[in-house]
Design a protein around this ligand. Structure first.
Ligand code: CA
Length: 258
């Protein structure tokens, strides 16, 4: 069945006249429950995004290969081809592996969340979720993907935690006002962790973000490389290095608060 026949697509096609973006991001929503798909599409359309929906994984993959979207909201529980399989397929294809994915799962177990992130999803959302939460996550993923960070000074923004301040525009890190000399890799590592504060990042995710390599290349690099750089980064940050938490058997997390 073509997704273009679904009611959700018609609904999503109604662009608000005051949509702010001149070139709205294209989002594909993959969800077999038509009502939920329509709700998600409605919410994102209201925010000015262009939305299409697909009710099965197979339809989704066809649509994606025809025209690669800017972001995919992917439900985990799909009949036939599962969300995990769709995700794996997208991540194994160079044409689609860079497309950000917001994974939606009905299961609450931490294990499932980690599985989704391990497979390469950019973020996950647990059902039931509020429309506002969905929109915030989508906005955040697209900002990260396109590097459109809110300008504060020098075209970047300020991330801070305790005595630590990171100016992402000027590429300056200070600790109690004194500059901390970081290598470009250490800087990207710290920035990635702070931007995803409170959320565990796998070594592979950190490799692909902080080392600026695609996930295929990241898979061939040694994850120990990450450990080594985190150790050096912590050393340079002194007591502020404790904000970077080791999540045993998985990766690292920048603490939400201390
Ligand atoms: Ca479903």
């Amino acid at each position: 069945m073509s997704p273009s026949r679904s009611e959700a697509v018609e609904l999503a096609g109604l662009q608000r006249p005051d949509a702010k973006r001149e070139h709205p991001a294209r989002i594909l929503v993959v969800e077999d429950e038509a009502e939920i798909a329509a709700l998600i599409a409605y919410q994102l359309t209201r925010e000015g995004y262009r939305v299409e929906t697909a009710l099965t994984g197979t339809v989704a993959l066809d649509a994606i290969h025809r025209d690669v979207p800017d972001l995919i909201v992917l439900d985990r529980m799909l009949p036939g081809l599962s969300g995990d399989e769709v995700l794996r397929s997208l991540k194994s294809d160079p044409a689609t592996q860079g497309v950000p994915i917001l994974f939606v799962t009905a299961k609450r177990e931490q294990r499932d969340r980690i599985d989704g992130l391990e497979l390469g999803a950019d973020d996950y959302l647990t059902k039931p979720f509020s429309p506002r939460e969905l929109v915030l996550r989508v906005d955040a993923i697209l900002r990260r993907a396109h590097g459109e960070l809110k300008p504060v000074t020098g075209g970047g923004r300020i991330l801070s935690a305790g005595p630590l301040r990171v100016d992402t525009g000027a590429h300056i890190v200070t600790l109690d006002g004194g500059e901390v000399p970081l290598t470009p890799t250490e800087f990207r590592l710290l920035r990635t962790l702070m931007e995803r504060r409170g959320r565990t990042q796998s070594r592979r995710q950190l490799l692909s973000e902080a080392w600026n390599v695609d996930s295929g290349t990241a898979g061939r690099l040694h994850t120990r490389t990450v450990d080594m750089h985190v150790r050096r980064l912590r050393g340079k940050l002194g007591s502020a290095g404790d904000w970077i938490e080791t999540v045993r058997g998985f990766g690292y997390r920048f603490q939400q608060s201390r």
